[in-house]
Design a protein around this ligand. Structure first.
Ligand code: SF4
Ligand code: SF4
Length: 196
């Protein structure tokens, strides 16, 4: 009984107190809002560095058949920008919107504030082709584009005369699966130490 009386007293007293909350943003509205990263499909090699770095588990890689999909789940992303920071190809950029996204807006570019279950799940996907082994034809867990980027970067750092010698061997070595490399690399003389 005493507890009930105390609670009622508090309730009545609170009617006459000033509110303990304040108006959101004190009436100030930020000029821009940071949202989902956008990925430049032409630059992304599917290397997976962004997946390793994403602490909220929003970024993922899915290999199916000879295709890799690099994806960002808009409902998990916290817009921290770490993925853009580590991307070696500078393929990611955090989007800036000039107003809070409205419910029902373009789901591929924005996240609804309400995050309602009926909303389509916003994602940012890039589809890439996985490399097939040049000997046995097995799909390798790496994209064609990534291997081309590695090759190009390595050759760029070699003297032109050295690059001309190793280019063909390097192509063969990189695009061969681990099993076939084990069998053929000595026979082909494509052991990595040759490239050093
Ligand atoms: S290139 Fe950039 S965006 Fe593409 S998978 Fe690698 S880190 Fe992610
Ligand atoms: S912005 Fe942050 S949370 Fe969103 S995908 Fe990139 S690393 Fe993950």
């Amino acid at each position: 009984m005493l507890e009930k009386l105390k609670a009622s007293g508090e309730l009545i007293a609170n009617f006459f107190k000033r509110p303990v909350t304040v108006k959101e943003s004190f009436g100030f509205v930020a000029e821009a809002f940071r949202w989902l990263p956008r990925r430049n499909d032409d630059l992304c090699t599917g290397c997976g560095a962004c997946v390793e770095r994403c602490s909220s588990g929003a970024t993922s890689i899915t290999d199916r058949g000879d295709t890799r999909v690099v994806s960002i789940d808009g409902l998990r992303c916290i817009f921290c920008g770490r993925c853009a920071e580590v991307c070696p190809e500078k393929a990611l950029e955090l989007t800036l919107e000039d107003a809070p996204p409205a419910q029902g807006s373009d789901p591929t570019a924005r996240v609804s504030l309400s995050r309602g279950a009926e909303e389509p799940r916003p994602t940012v996907d890039t589809v890439l082709k996985l490399q097939r082994c040049s000997v046995c034809g097995e799909v390798m867990p790496v994209t064609e584009k990534y291997l081309d980027a590695i090759k190009e970067r390595t050759l760029r750092n070699l003297k032109p005369e050295t690059a001309a010698i190793v280019e063909k061997d390097m192509e063969r070595y990189l695009k061969t699966c681990i099993n076939c490399r084990r069998v053929h690399s000595l026979e082909w003389d494509t052991h990595p130490r040759k490239f050093i």
